[in-house]
Design a protein around this ligand. Sequence first.
Ligand code: ZN
Length: 432
Amino acid sequence: MLRRIRPRELTVPALGRFKAHKRCYKVLSIETSCDDTCVALIDRPQDTNEPSCPPSRPVVIDHLKKTLNSTTDGGVIPIKAHLHHQRSLAPLVREICKKHGIGPQNPPDLVCVTRGPGMPGCLTVGLEVAKGLAAAWSRPLVGVHHMLGHLLISRLQCKGQSGSPPQFPFLSLLVSGGHTILVYSKSVLEHEILAETIDIAAGDSLDKCARVIGMQGVMLGKELEQFVFSNVSGSEALSKSVNEYEAQLKKNPDFALMDLPNPLRNKTGRVNLLAFSFAPFITAVKTSLEKYHCNDINNMTLSKRKLIGYQIQTAIFQHITDKIKTALEVHKGKLEGVKDFVCSGGVGSSKLLKKMLQDQLGSNPNSAGKVSIEKFHFPEPALCTDNAIMIGWAGIELWESAKLYTDLNEGLPVRKWPLNHILGVDGWVNRS
Ligand code: ZN
C-alpha cells in the first residue's frame, strides 16, 4: 500500500522546499466528511534548523465553517449534505483565499483534506476540490483520516498558548453524535481502539433522550447540558450545582425518579467487557417517564425536568467513565507509560463529562499498581466539533513526522477506514 519513491523521482515541485525539514510553510485544509463544510489556513512560521529559534508553533490564520441545517430532518440526510458541500465549498475556498491573498502568485505550500471515513459523496466534494487546488498550484496533498484529526488536535499548540501537548503514548476518548471510541495512541500512525460502541454513539443517545423529555432542535446533547447547568460557569460553580442536584435526589428520591441502566456491566459469565452501549438509555428514559411520571413532561415543574436531565447526563457519562476504568485495569501492563488523557468530539466539550473524568480517573496515590492519568487535555469546544483546523494539523503531523503525502491518482475517498490501519489504504507516498 505504501509506495516508496526516491526524492529525485518526485514530480511535485513544491517538495524541494521541504528537503531541509524547514518548518516554514502555509497549509490550506478542507473538511467535508459529514454536514460541516470547513476550510482553514494554518501557518508554520519557524525554521527548526536554526538552533537559536524558539520551538516552532503554528498559527491558525483563519477557519471558515458552514453547517447544513438539519433541524426539520431530525438527522443528516446524505444527499442533502452532499448538495450542501457542493454549494458551500468553492465559495468558502474563494473567501479564505481572497481574504488572505492566496492565489496562483502566492499559493499555500501544502493542501490537506479529509479522505475518510465518511459519506462517500461528501468526501468526494472535498477531495476533488483539494486535488484540483494541489494540481493547479503544484503543491503536495495530504489525505487525512477524519478521526486522526480529532485525535491529534490536542497536540496543536499555537503561538502564545501555554501548557504542553499530550505526549505519545496517550489515551483518547473521542465522543460525539457519530462516534464513541477509546483509543490508545503510540505514535502519529499507531492507534489501537480499546473500546467502541456496540450500538449508537453517546451524542446520539443524549440527543434522543433529550427529545423524549420534550426538547426540540439540533445538537440536543449540548442543549441538554445548557438546560441542566444554565448560568453555571467555572469548576466551583459546577461542583456546587452537582452537589445541589445530588442533595435534592437524596432528600426526595421519588420526586424525579428514573431507572437508568449502566449497560454491559460485569456480571456472572461476563467480566470486563470492553465496549460502550448507549441505546438502552433511550428505552429506559421512556419507560421511567411512563412508569413514574405519567409521561406528563409538559406539565412537569422546571426543577423536576432539570433533575431528570441531570440524571440522564450523569448515567450516560458514568457508563463512559466506568468503561474507561475497566480499560485501564484490563490493559494496565500495556498502558503503563500513559500519563496524558485526551477527551475530544462534540460531547467531549460537556462540563459534566470533563468533571467526572477528572474526578474519577485522575492521579490517586492509593491507586498503586494501576494506570493513573496525570494530565487531561480538553480541546476548546470549537476544535472538538468537526473543523478543518484539525485536518490541517493532522496533515502537518503526517507530513512532518510520518513524512507522508497522498498521490493525486490513487488518493480516493475511503468510506470505511479503520483508525488502527492508517496506512492500510492505497495512495500514500513516502517522501523520505
Ligand atoms: Zn468528527
